[in-house]
Design a protein around this ligand. Sequence first.
Ligand code: IMP
Ligand code: ZN
Length: 361
Amino acid sequence: MATASEGHVSEEKFCKLLPKVELHAHLNGSISNETMTKLLARKAHLPQDQQPDTQALQQWTDKVEKGKDVNLVSFQMFKLNHQIVDDTEAVAMVAKDVVREFAEDGVRYLELRSTPRDVPQTGMTKRSYIETVLKAIQQCQEEGVDIIVRFILAIDRRNSLEAAAETIQLAEEYRAKSGGIVVGVDLSGDPMVGDARQFIPLLQQARNAGLRLALHIAERCHQGVESLALLNIPTDRIGHGTFLHRVEGSQELVAATELHNIPLELCQTANHISKSVPSYDQHHFKYWYDKGHPCVFCTDDKGVFHTTLSKEYHLAMMTFDLSRKQLWQLSERSIDFIFADDDVKQTLRKHWTNERSKLQL
Ligand code: IMP
Ligand code: ZN
């Protein structure tokens, strides 16, 4: 196997060896095929009518891998994954596997995000959900998995204001209890549903309590008004921001993004498969990168979209003709935008400096 110091590695291998920061990864969207096989085996004893819809899973795989025109959207896959991951044992398995897989891909700092869920039939509560993820992170650390992990609690915009308030309250509580592992709040869910402006007072409350905000913004083209309000909270990072520069009122949206210098979490494969960008070369990375605006490559849902962070770097390299040095700079600059404290940033910067010479840059 090639090592970093061997120098003349392929571009794919370079992207894998590059130390990376992953800031936008949904837990239940990040389930690998291997973990899915283990999860389905746990359901094998169920009667046929209670079995997960494996046909839909196969159809989705065909759509993603073979480009077949299957009439399924990613949100149906998340629903299916939620049916399969319905107790704390499954959550623990998924969280540990996801952390290890990111580490194997060369990710040295990961912010994992997830929507706390309760499933009365299995006894899982939102609290036990959060505690299970935190324990899995701790176990990975104890096992010496080479990655620093932080946790972001997600509000699903499809759910009620009461549910969002509960999530914020839990985020505040676990931020204190987890010794800084819980660092922030995300707003996600189907962008075609609801108006996110209703959550703004709660998000402001979270920010005032010291939590950082990583909000999905302008994923679809109808969200201009809502997006401006979310940008001006201000949010600390933008998930996707696909239509910020392409909708009515764009001037104001771009100006707000630049005024607050808000980094964008960019997920090329996810956007392409979800058809929010027409082609890879029309991905909004180019618009923002050419402006010198902070951009961070991320996976979004590495399981659902069959990607890895290395693949996302390689894709950008090939699509936008980026050099190894430019990829290095993008990866190193990502450290500035993490939600962990300055000590972690220092540790990561030292690690990047050590790795740089090995990659002969
Ligand atoms: P979980 O929060 O760990 O259960 O991860 C799956 C959830 O993440 C989904 O149910 C959505 O709410 C959210 N999610 C994943 N990908 C996207 C996206 O691209 N846009 C908006 N929400 C997303
Ligand atoms: Zn997302």
